[in-house]
Design a protein around this ligand. Structure first.
Ligand code: KDO
Length: 330
C-alpha cells in the first residue's frame, strides 16, 4: 500500500514536471511581416533569435504579409492574435503621433545613430507609452537602410536633381499618414499601397516609382521593372522588434533577459548583413541596367526639412527631443 502511494506520488510529480516543461516549450511566437524570407531582418530573426529562445519558445515566422496585412501587426499583437512583428515608426505614429520624429526625412544619420537613439534615455517615454497603451514591448532596433527614389522612367526621361523634378511623379509610399507626408515632402505625388503589391504596380505602370533601400530593391526584384535610382537617402530607415507584453509577463526574468538579448543580437546581425548588402548592391544594379546617381542632396534635405517645420507632425514631437537626437549623431 505504502509503496503504491509512493509510486503514484512520484508519478504525479514527474507528470507535473513534464507538464511544466511542455507548457514552457509551447510558447509560440508568431511573427508577421510584409518582408520576404530572404530579407536580412527576416534571416537574422530566423537564425539568431529563434535559436536563442528555442529552449522555451518556438519562433513561427509568417512572411509576405501572409498572416497579417502590412500596418495591422500592432493591432494584432495588442489583441492577442500575434506575438511579434518588425514594426515601423510610421506604424507606431498611427497610435502615437510623436513617433513620426523617427520617421522624418533626414533625421537619423546612420545605423549607429539609430542604435544610439534607441538606447538613449530619450526613448524611454516612447517605449513606455507603447507598452502601457498597446501592450507591446519594443525590444531592439533593426536597420532597414537608406531609402532612395526608384523610378520606372530612365534618367533621360526624368532627371531627378531637386524635389521640383519629382512634381507629378506617382510615387508609391506605404499607406500611413507619416509615409504619405514624407512622399509629399520629397516633392512627389504619393500613392498609398501595400508592399506586396508594389512589383505588379511598377510592372503595369500604375505607379511611376517607389522608395526603398537598395537591398529591398534587389530582394523584392523591383530592379526588374525599374530603370533608375536617385540616391536621395531621404530616410535612414528602421524597424523595431515588437513583442507582446502579455507573453513577456508570462516569462521568467531569465527568459525575459534571453528574449531581449536574442532580439538585440538578431538586430546586430541583420544590421551588419544589410550594411554589407547596401555597400555591394550598387554594382549589381548597374550590371542589371539601372542608372544610379546622387541628386542635389542639399536641395532635398532643405526642402524636406522645410515641409516638416510647422507641420502637424512636428507639433507632436516632445520638446527638445529633436535636439537630443541630433546631438547623438556625428
Ligand atoms: C515598404 O513598405 O516600403 C517598407 O519598406 C516599409 C517598412 O517599414 C517595412 O514595413 C518594409 O516595407 C517591409 O518589412 C518589407 O521590406
Amino acid at each position: 500500500m505504502k509503496l503504491s502511494i509512493k509510486t503514484s506520488v512520484a508519478a504525479l510529480i514527474s507528470a507535473a514536471v513534464l507538464a511544466g516543461a511542455a507548457s514552457a516549450q509551447d510558447i509560440k511566437l508568431r511573427m508577421s511581416t510584409p518582408a520576404s524570407e530572404t530579407d536580412q531582418r527576416s534571416v537574422a530573426l530566423a537564425e539568431v533569435f529563434a535559436s536563442a529562445v528555442a529552449d522555451f519558445a518556438t519562433y513561427e515566422p509568417h512572411y509576405n504579409a501572409s498572416l497579417i496585412a502590412q500596418n495591422s501587426e500592432l493591432e494584432a499583437i495588442a489583441s492577442g492574435d500575434l506575438e511579434m512583428s518588425i514594426a515601423s515608426a510610421q506604424e507606431l505614429a498611427q497610435f502615437f503621433p510623436e513617433f513620426s520624429i523617427f520617421a522624418t526625412g533626414y533625421v537619423h544619420q546612420s545605423a549607429e545613430h539609430q542604435v544610439a537613439v534607441f538606447n538613449d534615455a530619450l526613448m524611454d517615454p516612447f517605449k513606455q507609452k507603447v507598452e502601457d497603451e498597446l501592450g507591446i514591448k519594443l525590444l531592439a532596433v533593426m536597420y532597414l537602410g537608406k531609402r532612395h527614389v526608384n523610378l520606372r522612367q530612365c534618367k533621360d526621361e526624368v532627371d531627378v536633381q531637386t524635389p521640383a523634378d519629382l512634381a507629378g511623379i506617382n510615387l508609391r509610399m506605404p499607406g500611413t499618414d507619416a509615409w504619405q507626408f514624407l512622399g509629399k515632402a520629397l516633392g512627389a505625388n504619393p500613392t498609398p499601397m501595400a508592399f506586396t503589391e508594389v512589383y505588379t504596380a511598377l510592372q503595369t505602370g500604375s505607379v511611376d516609382g517607389q522608395d526603398n533601400p537598395l537591398p529591398t530593391v534587389v530582394d523584392a526584384k523591383f530592379f526588374e521593372v525599374t530603370c533608375q535610382i536617385a540616391l536621395t537617402s531621404h530616410l535612414v530607415d528602421l524597424n523595431y522588434v515588437a513583442f507582446s507584453k502579455a507573453v513577456w509577463d508570462e516569462l521568467t526574468p531569465e527568459q525575459q533577459a534571453t528574449v531581449k538579448k536574442a532580439a538585440e543580437d538578431a538586430a546586430e546581425s541583420g544590421r551588419q548583413a544589410q550594411l554589407k548588402k547596401e555597400a555591394d548592391l550598387g554594382a549589381f544594379l548597374e550590371d542589371n541596367g539601372l542608372t544610379l546617381y546622387e541628386p542635389d542632396l542639399a536641395a532635398f534635405r532643405s526642402h524636406v526639412q522645410a515641409q516638416y517645420k510647422g507641420s502637424e507632425f512636428a507639433a507632436s514631437w516632445p520638446e527638445g527631443v529633436l535636439d537630443k537626437i541630433n546631438a547623438l549623431g556625428e
